[in-house]
Every structure is written in C-alpha cells, then in structure tokens.
Ligand binder design. Structure first.
Ligand SMILES: [Zn+2]
Length: 315
C-alpha cells in the first residue's frame, strides 16, 4: 500500500513543475485512489484526470515540452532509484531554440491531411503554404507559451475553422507534443547511460475513447518497438506517422518503465554516472555534439550511434 506521505511528497514535486491549483490536488487524490496503491501509475493518471477536470491544467500549450519532459524525467529517476540502478540521472536541459528545432523536425501532423480535404487544397503550393502556416502557429505557441484558448483563436484566425474544429486540433497537437517530449526524455536517458527501458500505453478510458485504444491500455513494449493499436503500429499515442483515424482527438498517453537490468548493465550505468559527475563540462560538450549527430542521422544510423564511443569511463 502506498503511504500518504509519499503521495503528498509526489504532489509537491509535481506542483513545482506544473503550477498546480487546488483542483490538481483533488485530481491527485482521485488518481491515488484509482491507482490502487500503485505509485507507478500516479503521474499518468493525474494527467488523465487533469484533462477531465480542467483542460488548462495539463493542456496549456505553454511549456508543454518542458513539462512533459520534466515529469517523465522525475518518473524514470524514481524508478531507477527504487530499483537500485542509480540516483538522479542528469536531465539534458534544452534551450527554446533547440525545442523549436525538435518540434519543427516532427513530421507534419496527420490532421493536416484531413484539413486539405476539407479545404479542398489540391494545389501543392497552396498546401505547403497551409502546412507552414499551421506549423508556425504550433511551434510559436509551444516556445512562447500560450493557453489552449489562445491557440484555438490563432487557429481560427489562420483558417476558416469553426471553434470546435480549431479546439480539437489544438488539443490533439498539445497531446502529441507531450507524448513526443516523453519519448525524447526516454531516448536521452537510455542513450546517455545505456539503461534499458520499456514503455506502456495508458488509455484515456473516456467515454469517447476508441475501442482499440481502450484495448491497448497498459500494453507494454520495448522503448524502440511500436505499440499495436487496432492493427496499426504506433510509436506512441498521436504518433505523427499514424493514420488520422487512429490519432486525431486521442487523449491516451504513454510512460516509460524501467525493467530489471542485468548486474553488468547496472555496473556500467553506475560507472558512467560517476564519470559524468566528475566531468560535467566535458559531458555537456559531448552531449551537445551527440545531439547534433543524432539529429541528422537516419533511423538505421541511430542504432549504431554510441554516446560513449572513445570515452574512457571505466575508471
Ligand atoms: Zn487514444
């Protein structure tokens, strides 16, 4: 059974990050009850209930990448500590420019496919203009910080969408960025320390949740594998490569799980961590160089990239 102190401690840490309101505390308490004492599930459930109780708690576009990244980082750190693998891995702090670049490199969201059909944009130049216009709105919103309502207004101005359409897109894209940020965080930790990670799908389990998404609840696969969601393979909920039917208006999320590591792996991870704490400046420089290489590498090349190549971390 999970202790009340642990829950409150956890809520306090969350507050620092997501600027919690009283509403969030109620959300946290509901999440705890629903989680049935499983501390692993609390953060995810809080996000779900946060969405239900007030979209502005978690759905605000402001800093959505930072928030989702930080929450995922706390969650993986806690699991690593609990499993005696290591304490507090360093978070790779990214500048707004870097976040902007990461977001711009995401493939065009699938909602635009529907938008073309609705707007009858068959001319490729008009299409590209439209895509660029929408992408800019999202990336601006993400890096400048704005609320869902403001984003909805910006979308309405740029398109001839009705409010409900614009809002649906704003919500879909916000959730997409949050899931993407979690993936980036997990990749950072796995690449830096050689930690093996799994990921678990959490269905929103709302009235409107699609059956395949309901069935996918708690499906667990390796970090680099894809979830099977109604026969379609998705990297994470709202995967930009997924079909519009399987992604638009999805409120599911996913979190990373630390499975048992081998003794050899734990030894390696600890040695790497101690190398990093003794060589922080060098580590920052190397991680920037690594990110730059990663950014331009193909999927295949990424498999071969090794952060630690050429570094003598076995002290
Ligand atoms: Zn879903």
């Amino acid at each position: 059974m999970i202790s009340q102190e642990l829950v409150y401690e956890r809520l306090r840490r969350l507050e620092l990050i997501i600027d919690a309101s009283n509403e969030l505390k109620n959300v946290g308490i509901r999440a705890t009850i629903e989680a049935g004492g499983d501390v692993d599930d609390i953060v995810t459930l809080m996000e779900h209930f946060g969405h239900e109780t007030g979209e502005d708690i978690r759905m605000a576009m402001a800093g959505v990448f930072d928030d989702a990244y930080a929450l995922q980082h706390i969650d993986i750190s806690r699991q690593l500590t609990e499993r005696n693998v290591m304490d507090n891995p360093f978070a790779i702090v990214r500048t707004h420019e870097e976040i902007r670049e990461l977001m711009e490199s995401l493939e065009h969201p699938s909602f635009t496919q529907i938008a073309f059909e609705r707007l009858g944009l068959t001319d490729p130049i008009a299409r590209q203009d439209f895509i660029d216009k929408l992408s800019n709105i999202f990336v601006d919103a993400l890096t400048e910080g704005t609320s869902i309502n403001d984003l909805t207004r910006r979308l309405m101005r740029a398109t001839d969408y009705q409010r409900y359409q614009a809002k649906r897109i704003a919500q879909t894209e916000t959730m997409r960025y949050a899931n993407h940020a979690r993936k980036v965080c997990a990749d950072d930790i796995a690449n830096t320390y050689g930690v093996r990670l799994n990921k678990r799908w959490y269905s929103a389990l709302m009235e409107t949740t699609r059956d395949p998404h309901r069935d996918a609840d708690r499906q667990e696969v390796g970090k680099d594998e894809k979830f099977d969601v109604g026969g379609e393979l998705l990297m994470y909920p709202l995967d930009p490569r997924g079909s519009p039917e399987n992604t638009i208006n999805c409120h599911c999320s996913h979190v990373y799980i630390v499975p048992r590591q081998t003794t050899q792996a734990v030894d390696d991870i600890r040695q790497k961590q101690s190398w990093i704490s003794n060589n922080r400046e060098e580590y920052r420089r190397l991680s920037q160089a690594y990110q730059a290489r990663w950014k331009v590498a193909s999927e295949e090349e990424r498999q071969g990239l090794d952060f630690w190549q050429g570094i003598n971390w076995r002290a």
